[in-house]
Ligand binder design. Structure first.
Ligand SMILES: Cc1cc2nc3c(=O)[nH]c(=O)nc-3n(C[C@H](O)[C@H](O)[C@H](O)COP(=O)(O)OP(=O)(O)OC[C@H]3O[C@@H](n4cnc5c(N)ncnc54)[C@H](O)[C@@H]3O)c2cc1C
Length: 466
């Protein structure tokens, strides 16, 4: 049976990109239908009430998003059996939203007359004998900024030239002392890639420039990412749109080089416009590649994402001086791709009003960067786990005596497509008429959640208001 919806837009996937596009396009007058394969909205930024899942549900959920939990303390069986996660809201793995002007979260919600409260922090640095907070003092800024000022605020033409220059080359040229350390750490944390040869100087300086204006460098919504998804979903459904859960799109339909509809279950639906929010590398599992130029297919299939080992720690006590703060660390010569690895230990969720942990507990969130392959290798993961523990120990000496539990989720598809020199991200518009792709896999400002949000905004600007 064919269901005719010629003037409507179909969005495949209810990730943050699909939901943002859905809400903004609803505002523009379109009738939106979202098909989502999972039973929950939010995609990789999905968050859940941890006590609502059984151990089997939890493991299954993670595996569906290319993740697993290689370590925990105590065993996951005990954590679930003793209901130790009651009162916690967790994401699939730790998230922080990059700040500055790229953080469009509340500007998107303000278009829908809505708002979320964001916890925000500057970033400190973990040293052998304690920490600096913030990482850059005023004096540092005065000393360092003039040296890179020219680069930071150079024209887009210069930035484009710098796009193919690696951070390794830039650091050789400009990086000494603290400036070197800053360039090494921020370029890695901005891209979630440790190998400086792969990181583009243009991208790095664009991102840095954006951090000088707008909100603090990192943020996270009170009550978790799920609160954003729900607001976006409510806006869609309260204004005539539809969100269908557990409805995977099996196939995109084509008429020559024009997308005309989708197949869901055993039903065909016609749509004027189709927007794919799924991982771009999976596009050709639902779209026959014969309708696309060969070079396009080859490039899409070659694109690589990023990985990491996260750690959630539940502590009974922490020093009040750490409340609400976020810290970077760098570990040298540990044999990962890029040799050194950067990580983050975040106490934003430890403030009682975060809404993420029961009142008696402190939730510390953290991650250390690795490649997708490293995120599947137990030996490397074990090294990374020890480094996360070592850095937490520097901030919270003897943290084990305050530990209720620790869970270490590993992910081998964190960013859909890494923003690196070797990945040519595709445009939102595909070579096929009426088919667009959005999310963190396409060309849009920012990384991760910001990239997904910004891609949705670009799509909305490309389609006329009705
Ligand atoms: C553990 C982890 C930690 C992360 N940390 C950070 C961080 O600190 N900061 C940051 O900015 N980003 C982070 N990210 C990345 C961030 O989560 C993603 O960039 C963002 O969520 C991507 O959103 P999206 O809309 O592009 O795609 P997705 O979230 O991947 O959404 C795609 C949706 O499509 C659905 N789908 C797939 N196939 C089909 C189909 N055939 N039919 C219907 N639906 C389908 C999926 O189920 C999913 O819901 C992290 C990701 C992970 C996994």
């Amino acid at each position: 049976m064919v269901d005719k919806r010629e003037s409507d837009i179909c969005i495949i996937g209810a990730g943050i990109g699909g939901l943002t596009a859905g809400a903004l396009l609803t505002k523009q007058g379109y009738k939106i239908t979202i098909f989502e394969k999972e039973s929950l909205i939010g995609g990789r930024a999905l968050s859940f009430d941890a006590a609502s899942l059984t151990l089997e549900n939890y493991k299954d959920l993670l595996s569906r998003f290319r993740m697993h939990v290689p370590f925990s303390e105590p065993d996951l069986e005990i954590i679930f059996k003793e209901n130790m996660l009651a009162g916690y809201k967790l994401d699939l793995g730790y998230h922080a939203i990059g700040g500055g002007v790229l953080s469009n979260l509340n500007s998107v919600l303000s278009e829908l007359d809505d708002h979320v409260e964001i916890l925000e922090s500057h970033v400190g640095f973990i040293k052998d004998d304690g920490f600096d907070f913030p990482f850059l003092s005023r004096i540092d800024k005065l000393k360092i900024l003039p040296n890179i000022f020219r680069l930071l605020f150079s024209s887009e033409k210069t930035m484009k030239q710098l796009d193919s220059v690696s951070m390794t080359e830039t650091i050789k040229k400009y990086g000494t002392g603290k400036m070197k350390l800053i360039l090494e750490i921020f370029s890695r944390s901005i891209t979630t890639v440790n190998n400086l040869d792969r990181i583009s100087t243009g991208e790095m300086f664009r991102a840095q420039r954006n951090l000088y204006r707008g909100s603090k460098p990192v943020g996270y919504p009170k009550n978790g990412l799920g609160s954003i998804h729900q607001k976006l979903a409510d806006f869609i459904t309260q204004n005539g749109g539809e969100i269908h859960l557990e409805k995977p799109v099996k196939k995109i339909l084509f008429d020559g080089r024009k997308a005309t509809g989708v197949v869901v279950g055993d039903k065909e639906y016609s749509f004027k416009t189709i927007v794919s929010n799924i991982l771009v590398q999976d596009l050709f599992t639902i779209a026959d590649e014969k309708y696309f130029p060969k070079e396009y297919v080859k490039n899409i299939k070659s694109l690589k994402g990023t990985g990491s080992l996260c750690a959630y720690f539940s502590l009974k006590k922490i020093d009040s001086n750490l409340l609400g703060k976020t810290f970077h660390f760098i570990e040298r010569n540990i044999g990962v791709d890029g040799n050194d690895a950067v990580g983050m230990i975040d106490f934003m969720a430890t403030i009682p009003e975060s809404g993420l942990a029961p009142p008696s507990d402190y939730l510390v969130q953290s991650y250390i960067i690795c490649t997708p392959d490293e995120a599947k290798d137990k030996e490397t993961l074990n090294t990374l786990r020890e480094l996360l523990n070592k850095n937490l120990e520097k901030l919270v000496p003897d943290f084990r005596s305050y530990l209720r539990w620790a869970i270490y989720p590993a992910v081998w598809h964190l960013d859909g497509v890494a923003k690196t020199i070797d990945n040519a991200k595709s445009d939102i518009k595909t070579p096929v008429e009426n088919l667009y792709i959005i999310g963190d896999c396409v060309k849009a400002p920012g990384i991760g959640i910001n990239c997904a949000l910004n891609s949705a905004k670009i799509l909305c600007d490309a389609l006329p208001s009705l």
